[in-house]
Write a protein of this length. Structure first.
Length: 376
């Protein structure tokens, strides 16, 4: 009995290990995933410009591939796509960001007036509902809000003191990232060939996982950028026609809010309604028009845009999306939230392609080519 128990335990662990790592290809994939995660997690603060360049180059590679499929040589296609990227970057830096920053400053400057008006409206509540709200409670609430705003202002000043470091970092990004993006596109095959020499030869499963990730990730990212652009344009056109203040700032927020599903739409609702309320008041007809237009835009985004743009992308459950935002946001902050859905897509692709005991499809791995760098 004493010798049989260790044997049973050993067999249990052996079966569990084989279930998780059924073959040598699964071992190779597991090692690659673990090493990649450790490197990205430990070096993200140092090599973030490199990681950002790889992501941008990956996004632009789809346009380069389409140009090549249309009969254009790769090098002219790279120059064409990169020129378009630089033009969009110039528009973003020299037109959109200054305009949004100007409107944000104007909104911040009007915050004291907004607070005073809100305080006046709130102080009317005890007279309207004397049994529910007392004037003393209202004053306590306003004192607490003013205290929080003072603390927030002090934090903003402390952040502005370190703005020089932020400007230097931004200049490094603006110089290094476009340069690395160009070379990642131009020397793609050379860089992949150099990288593959460090990979295990038995990597058919890794190739299959990468093809799954490439397909699903490409569909998702292209759809997400299209959704951001469409919401931005439609929102700006709507707000500008209705003469809403800070139209460009609010339109940019409308586009960016889709990066954080569920949460982003909730966060952007408050500034849109707040600006409309302090511009026209609740009794104004224009305020109701803004509420109606905003509701239509959000509804069309969920009912029309999302099904059309993401019909070929991986479907993720709402719980999986929220967990991904919390997990990756906790690891890498803003960038973790920004890439949370794409990283969750990668995780799901890995789990989908992971071999299982008794899976007859595992036999196709031997038929896949491992010498083509373009497949990796």
């Amino acid at each position: 009995m004493t010798t049989q128990a260790p044997f049973v335990n050993l067999r249990f662990f052996s079966d569990s290990f084989k279930r998780f790592l059924p073959n040598s290809q699964a071992v190779s994939l597991a090692i690659i995933l673990i090493v990649s995660f450790v490197l990205i997690y430990s070096l993200s603060s140092i090599l973030m410009p490199v990681f950002s360049s790889i992501v941008v180059a990956y996004l632009l590679e789809g346009l380069v591939g389409k140009a090549v499929n249309m009969g254009m040589s790769r090098l002219p296609a790279v120059y064409l796509v990169f020129s378009g990227f630089m033009a969009c970057l110039g528009f973003l830096l020299f037109y959109l960001m200054p305009l949004v920053s100007q409107q944000a400053v104007e909104l911040i400057q009007h915050i004291p007036d907004i607070i005073n008006r809100a305080q006046t409206e709130i102080m009317r509540l005890p007279k309207t509902y004397p049994k529910m709200i007392s004037e003393n409670k209202i004053q306590q609430m306003m004192f607490a809000v003013q205290k929080e705003l003072l603390t927030y202002g002090q934090n903003v000043l402390s952040l502005s003191a370190a703005s020089v470091v932020g400007i230097v970092s931004a200049m490094i990004y603006l110089f290094l990232v476009p340069m690395m993006v160009f070379f990642f596109l131009k020397d793609k095959e050379l860089l992949i060939s150099w990288f593959l020499q460090f990979m295990p030869r038995d990597r058919n499963l890794t190739v299959r996982v990468w093809e799954e990730v490439d397909t699903q990730l490409g569909n998702y990212v292209r759809g997400k950028f299209a959704e951001i652009f469409i919401l931005w344009v439609v929102s700006y056109a709507t707000f500008a026609v209705m003469s809403l203040n800070y139209a460009m700032l609010l339109a940019v927020l409308m586009g960016v809010q889709v990066i954080i599903p569920y949460i982003g739409a909730t966060l952007v609702t408050f500034p849109v309604l707040m600006v409309a309320y302090f511009q026209w008041g609740l009794s104004g007809v224009d305020f109701m028009y803004i509420v109606f237009a905003y509701s239509i835009i959000q509804a069309l985004d969920g009912v029309v845009l999302v099904p059309v743009l993401f019909s070929e992308a991986v479907n993720l459950h709402a719980i999986a999306i929220i967990v991904a935002i919390l997990f990756f946001g906790g690891l890498w902050g803003f960038w973790g939230v920004f890439f949370a859905i794409t990283l969750a897509t990668v995780v799901k692709a890995v789990l989908t392609a992971w071999p299982r005991i008794g899976d007859k499809n595992n036999t196709i791995f031997a038929d896949m080519s491992t010498n083509d760098p373009a497949k990796f």
